[in-house]
Ligand binder design. Structure first.
Ligand code: ADE
Length: 365
């Protein structure tokens, strides 16, 4: 399987914030053949690749998703067909891209990766579709941002593996049909509700990714620590798990920060105390909230008497984009019961107030 990354916007969507480094290929470390995925050109998704599970059996958590997709993959392989189109939705960092790559690996095909903002002109999506080989995966991140023209090109491609192209202009314009290889579209979105219903209806499998539980996150941290050759005890892994907002991508980021502090301090095996110290330095609190989460709760409480307050007002007060606030910041606060969405606006909960107070006490101490 190989990754073909297309377009700068796709790079932006998955780009890590830290500078690129050489890859640590988990397969190479385990003495296996290196994955072609991690051999691919210098794509910006490489850093995350080093820790991504490659097979369903290595993918920790999301048991319902794994079960549903595992059955679909097995049946598809037996029929020697392309897998049905898959829509994955849920908050960022929960493994949508990873799952697309795992599916490609399980099916023994290539995965081409792009993002809707990179498909601005009709020829962008047409170029991708005509170059697909039978049964390949086309992964489109942020699929809710696809423009109307690109969506309409996709419909016959998804349904009948056909492209309907308009050739010429005005009265001489004609429609030409071109065959497309049977392929699987894997769409990913943080905002399933923003997808047009004709597009949503063309996916055979629609699956939500959930926040991970503590036990799964602890296992993910221990696996990543092994791959990064960090000595870390299980209490330390649990401490990282508690502070990563239910999100493996954040867990792995925090783990790297812990590794830095451990290296600078000349520590050997990392314990829970060091995790606490390292993550407090990065203002990640005991429940995993960062400074922007606390700013939201603080503004809600002290600027608007605890709410209710509308999303746009809250976003303006924080200098944030309302869509980002809704899709990226709020889901974890809602899931933790620190914030509530009501018909009249956002409200801080008793638990939210208690958390602000506890954080204030711990930093004042
Ligand atoms: N790394 C990031 N997400 C993971 C997952 N779900 N399972 C194993 N390792 C991971």
């Amino acid at each position: 399987m190989a990754i073909v990354s297309s377009g700068s916007a796709s790079a932006g969507a998955a780009a890590p914030r830290e500078p690129r480094r050489r890859l640590v290929d988990p397969a190479a470390q385990a003495g296996e053949e290196p994955s072609r995925a991690t051999e691919a050109a210098d794509t910006p998704i490489q850093r995350e690749d080093s820790l991504r599970p490659r097979r369903l059996a290595d993918y920790i958590g999301q048991s319902e998703l794994k079960q549903v997709l595992g059955i679909a993959v097995e049946a598809t392989r037996a029929r020697e067909e392309a897998l049905d189109h898959v829509l994955l939705y849920g908050p960022p960092g929960l493994g949508k891209t990873t799952m697309a790559l795992v599916l490609a690996e399980e099916l023994g095909v290539r995965c081409r990766i792009t993002s809707a903002p990179a498909l601005e002109r009709p020829r962008d999506i047409v170029g991708l579709l005509v170059n697909l080989e039978p049964r390949e995966l086309l992964f489109i991140d942020e699929i809710h941002r696809l423009n109307r023209v690109a969506e309409e090109i996709l419909y016959p491609a998804m349904e009948d593996f056909r492209l309907d192209l308009t050739v010429g202009k005005g009265t001489t314009a004609r429609t030409r049909s071109l065959p497309v290889a049977p392929f699987t579209l894997v769409g990913a979105t943080t905002r399933a509700g923003s997808l047009s219903s004709p597009l949503r209806d063309r996916f055979g499998l629609i699956q939500r990714l959930e926040f991970y539980g503590l036990e799964d996150l602890q296992a993910i941290v221990l696996r990543a620590a092994g791959l990064l050759q960090i000595e870390l005890d299980s209490a330390a892994a649990l401490e990282v798990a508690r502070r990563c907002r239910g999100t493996p991508r954040i867990a792995n980021r925090l783990l790297r920060r812990v590794r830095d502090v451990a290296a600078v301090g000349g520590h050997g095996c990392v314990g829970a105390e060091l995790v606490h110290e390292a993550l407090s330095l990065h203002r990640v609190d005991a429940r995993g909230l960062d400074a922007s989460d606390r700013r939201l709760l603080h503004l809600l409480q002290h600027g608007y008497g605890g709410g209710p307050v509308g999303l746009d007002t809250l976003a303006a007060g924080l200098g944030e984009d309302p869509a980002t606030l809704e899709a990226v910041v709020e889901p974890f606060l809602l899931q933790q019961g620190l914030l509530q969405r009501t018909p009249r606006g956002r409200v801080i909960t008793e638990a939210g107030l208690a958390h602000l107070q506890a954080h204030h006490n711990s930093t004042a101490a």
